[in-house]
Each structure stands twice: as C-alpha cells, then as structure tokens.
Write a new protein. Sequence first.
Length: 140
Amino acid sequence: MKHARLTHLDDYRLSQLHQLYQGEWWSRGRSLADITRAIAGSDYIFAFTEPSSNDLAAFTRVLSDGVYKAIMFDVIVHPNYRGHGFGRVLMEAILAEPDLANVRHIELYCLPEMADFYRQFGFTTDLGQVSLMRRTNQLS
C-alpha cells in the first residue's frame, strides 16, 4: 500500500492531529490554536494517511538550522495504526528528506521503551557528557 504524505495540514487534518494528541499523556490538553501555531513555526511537516480510510495515521514535525541541528518533535502514530509500519515510513521519510540529509545531528525525545526502535535508524542514547536541560515558562 502506498502511504500518502502530507506536507501541509488543512483544518480537517489539524483537527485530526488535535484529537490524536488528546490520546497521549505527553500531549493531552494541547489546544487546537496552540497546535496550529506550533505547526506554522515548524520547518518540516511529515504526516501520513492510511490509504483505505484516509485518516491521519502518523505525524512528526522538524525544526532545523539546515546545517548542524535538526530536532524532531511530536513523533506519533495513531493507536489504530501502530504495528502497521507507519513509524518506519515516518522515519524513512525524514531521513530521506534532501534538506535534512546533510544536517550533522538529527535529534528527538523518546521514552526509554522506544529507544530500540530509533536505534535501527542510527539514533543513540550515548551523548557523551551532554545533558538535557529545560526551563519551563508559565503559559497563559
């Protein structure tokens, strides 16, 4: 089956993404307005639909300087389509993107249980002495 890639999300697809986010602990409660702003501020959108239903099945967005760093955010596969190869399709599309092929580091956040999945695409948890740091702002 051919997976259709979307590089732009119209209102209908944004609504589907909003619903998809509501099912995950890490994205539950995001508003449609904030999601729309996040998408607009992203350099790349990778979204795939399931061919027979045309539902949004997999999504991620990427921010990049085009040279040194690219970071993937919100890697998600709809629960109904997990185990059907959509994660692989998503990762292969990102790694095949010509503009990202020459970026020195492609990074992502993931839960420990997902690390093995990403390792098959060349990702590692061995970052030497690098530590993730975070500052949280109060959002209104």
